[in-house]
Each structure stands twice: as structure tokens, then as C-alpha cells.
Design a protein around this ligand. Structure first.
Ligand code: NAD
Ligand code: MG
Length: 411
């Protein structure tokens, strides 16, 4: 036995040697991008990096591209191209710039693509990855809010695999495997409640940018951190869940859970509720998508329930946090409403971060933009990417026009 075994071994080893999974990181320099890189560093033999992208931080992107041995690096902002090219000269890494370069990065042949660009700007590149049948780890939620039906339709037609990175949706995805889809009664997304969960309405009106950027449980990029403080993030996530899991709005619930230990729950028809728990560290859901359908080790803190001792739950307060109800209405209205909601919110958050809009004016601007668009009768659902982009652009213009009025009203 020993002889033949020995002879066969090299072949068997060859066969069993895991082929590295090729991966592309869209939004490699951001919060999700960095957490993904952190996981890739832990298992360099298991992954090969095809492409990395960023908006304009050429120095950080070049450093990542070199370290990860990427074949292609692209910045969205053409003004950052000269720096990227200089930083990577002699490295053999291809470079490019502009919106098309980000799409090209998504189109390059990687098995797995992390979609972690912020905002509706992620729609075209994420769709480009899905349309060539890639496995898309979807962190970005705005593209599903902007054009969810379209995105899921195209992904299905291309036999793409869409894996949810957003912690709540990843939790639901994991919990759903406990039963049959037709036996699902409802799903529940948890919300931390943000930094102002216990604040009085007056204090919420005077919130500063610095206060809003301090999230109690998660460390994230600025846009989603503000969305978490207004609870618009949970509204966007309801719409995201509706598309990802093909569930009617009345099957989607939200509960405020300040400790961010339980991320999502699925209730089955027999009354069983299956939840996913873990410390609030995005490396857990990212690793689930990166190693899927297997698992990988992560440096995330292990859950010590005895030390945590108390988990609390409460209903979201619609008076102090109107954004969640506005998003729910947009989901119920359908058509162009979610696209407009997302675009107006992106403008509102940008203006709040630029200190030109108060915190309470964020949901007010979103609501006013939706109302104005409805009066104009521009509410048909986008059937193509071009239509989604047009609705998005028009809503952004409308929000900018309404800005002075809303800023004055809310101050
Ligand atoms: P971030 O701001 O930290 O990073 C965004 C990344 O996208 C950066 O690499 C940036 O250079 C790039 N980018 C931004 N605008 C771009 C544009 N117009 N074109 C090309 N590239 C652009 O954001 P983040 O916190 O990592 O979040 C990324 C996405 O993941 C968001 O959609 C967010 O809602 C979602 N998400 C994030 C978290 C989190 O913990 N951070 C959790 C769940 C979901
Ligand atoms: Mg989330």
C-alpha cells in the first residue's frame, strides 16, 4: 500500500490543493474595504486580488495594490490619476481613472467582488460584476434602494450569487437556512438606535456633526454613520431586505436593540425564531461572504454573554426619528419613491456633514423632495439603469433646490 500511495500522492495533492479565489475590492480604501483587506491578509494563500478601487485616495490605493499584489488599480476621480500612476510606476500593476475605470475593475475576471462603494455611485459597477455572473458580496445598500428590482432581476438572469454583507441581512441570510422559504412568517432587523436613542427632541435638533459621527457600537464610514444616527439606515435596510429576500413589506420588522449583539431574526410559521448573534465587528459578516459556503477564522471578539449580561429591546420612536417611517412609506409607494428617497438622503447627509443643514432637517429634506417629485408626477419605477440614474439626478437637483427653504424652516 505504501508504494502506490506514495506514487499517487503528488497527483492527489494537486487535485486537493485549493485554487485561490480571485477577488476584487470596489471601495478598497473605506471602512468595509479595510476590514476585507484585514481578512485577506490573514489567508494570503486562499485569495488572489484582481482589482482594487477608490474614489480619490491614490496613495492609500497604491499601497494596498502593491501589498495585495493586485493586477489593476483604479480611482474614480481623474484628478487623482497622475498620483496613482506615479505611485505604481514600475510595479506592473495596471492603472486607470474615471467612472468607466471603476466599471472595468468590476468587469475583470474575479470570482468574488466586494461592493463597498458608498451611495448610488455603486450601482453601475456592482451591476457590471453581477452581469458577468460573479459572486457579489453586497455591502452597499444604496444600489438596492435606488434600483433594487432591476438589480435583482439582472443578477438572477446572469446567475450571479448575491451575498449580503450588511450585518442584519447577513444575519437573516444565515438564519433563513434553518427552514423553508414558504415557512417564513416575518424577519426582524435590529437597530442600535444610534447615539441619540435616549435624547430629548430638543437636544436632537441641536446635534452637531461630531456628535452624530460617534456611533455607540459600530465603526463605519461617515455616510452610514449619519444614516444610523437618523435611523434612515434602518429604513434603507428595510428596502434592501425587501429586494434581497423577496419579502413583502408587511413581513419586515425593526426592533431597537442597543447592544448590537443580535443582528437579525427570522420567525417561522411554527413560532420558532432563529437569530444570528456576534460582536459588532463587520469582519464577521464579511468573512461569511468571503469564505462562503465555508467559514474562516476572524480576529473578532468572541461573544461573552455573561459579561454583556443584559440585552434590551424597544420599538423605534417615530416622533424623534421620522426617517424610518418615511422610508417605509417609500417602500410601500414603490415606483420611483425609493430611488428619490435615496438620492435626497445622499444630498441631505452631504449637506449636514458640510454643516449647511441641521440634523433634524435631514428627514425633512427627504420628505419634501419626495412630496415635490410626487407633485411633478415623476414616480414611475426605473426599468433601466439609465432611467434610475435620471430619476436619481432629478431628485438630487430637486433636493438642492429645496435646501434653503428646509434649512431655514428647521433651524
Ligand atoms: P466609506 O466611506 O468608509 O468607504 C467608501 C469607499 O468607496 C472608499 O473606498 C471610497 O474611496 C469609495 N468611494 C466613495 N465614493 C465613490 C465614488 N463615487 N466612486 C468610486 N468610489 C467611491 O464607506 P463604508 O462605511 O465602507 O461603506 C461602504 C458601503 O457599505 C456603504 O454603502 C454602506 O452603507 C455599506 N455598509 C457599511 C457598513 C460599515 O460597517 N461600514 C456596514 C453595512 C453596510
Ligand atoms: Mg446594517
Amino acid at each position: 500500500m505504501v508504494g502506490p500511495m506514495k506514487k499517487k500522492q503528488p497527483l492527489a495533492r494537486l487535485k486537493l490543493a485549493p485554487v485561490p479565489r480571485s477577488v476584487t475590492l470596489l471601495g478598497a480604501t473605506g471602512s468595509i474595504g479595510s476590514s476585507t483587506v484585514d481578512l485577506l491578509r490573514r489567508e494570503p494563500a486562499r485569495y488572489r486580488v484582481e482589482a482594487v478601487t477608490a474614489r480619490r485616495n491614490a496613495a492609500a490605493l497604491a499601497q494596498l495594490a502593491r501589498e495585495l499584489g493586485a493586477r489593476f488599480a483604479a480611482v474614480a476621480d481623474r484628478k487623482a490619476y497622475a498620483e496613482l500612476k506615479a505611485e505604481l510606476s514600475g510595479s506592473g500593476i495596471e492603472t486607470a481613472a474615471g467612472e468607466e475605470a471603476i466599471i472595468e475593475a468590476a468587469q475583470r475576471p474575479a470570482d468574488w467582488v466586494m461592493a463597498a462603494i458608498t451611495g448610488a455611485a455603486s450601482l453601475k459597477p456592482t451591476l457590471a460584476a453581477a452581469e458577468r455572473g460573479a459572486t457579489v458580496a453586497l455591502a452597499n445598500k444604496e444600489c438596492l434602494v435606488c434600483a433594487g428590482a432591476l438589480f435583482m432581476r439582472r443578477a438572477a438572469a446572469s446567475a450571479a450569487t448575491v451575498l449580503p454583507v450588511d450585518s442584519e441581512h447577513n444575519a437573516i441570510f444565515q438564519a433563513l437556512s434553518a427552514g423553508r422559504r414558504e415557512d417564513v412568517q416575518r424577519i426582524v432587523l435590529t437597530a442600535s438606535g444610534g447615539p441619540f436613542r435616549t435624547w430629548a427632541p430638543d437636544a436632537i435638533r441641536r446635534v452637531t456633526v461630531e456628535q452624530a459621527l460617534k456611533h455607540p457600537t459600530w465603526s463605519m464610514g461617515p455616510k452610514i454613520t449619519i444614516d444610523s444616527a437618523t435611523l434612515m439606515n434602518k429604513g434603507l435596510e428595510l428596502i434592501e431586505a425587501h429586494h434581497l429576500f423577496a419579502l413583502a413589506p408587511d413581513k419586515l420588522d425593526v426592533v431597537v436593540h442597543a447592544q448590537s449583539v443580535i443582528h437579525g431574526l427570522v420567525e417561522f410559521r411554527d413560532g420558532s425564531v432563529i437569530a444570528q448573534l456576534g460582536s459588532p465587528d463587520m469582519r464577521i459578516p464579511i468573512s461569511h461572504c468571503l469564505a462562503w459556503p465555508t467559514r474562516m477564522g476572524t480576529p473578532a471578539l468572541r461573544l461573552d454573554l455573561a459579561r454583556i449580561s443584559t440585552l434590551t429591546f424597544e420599538a423605534p420612536d417615530p416622533t424623534r426619528f421620522p426617517a424610518l417611517a418615511i422610508a417605509r412609506q417609500a417602500l410601500a409607494a414603490g415606483g420611483a419613491a425609493p430611488t428619490i428617497l435615496n438620492a435626497a438622503n445622499e444630498i441631505a447627509v452631504r449637506e449636514f456633514l458640510n454643516r449647511r443643514l441641521g440634523f433634524s432637517a435631514i428627514p425633512a429634506l427627504v420628505e419634501a423632495t419626495l412630496d415635490a417629485a410626487q407633485k411633478r408626477g415623476e414616480m414611475a419605477e426605473p426599468q433601466s439603469v439609465e432611467q434610475a440614474v435620471t430619476i436619481d439626478h432629478n431628485a438630487r437637483r430637486l433636493a438642492v433646490d429645496l435646501l434653503p427653504e428646509i434649512a431655514a424652516m428647521a433651524s
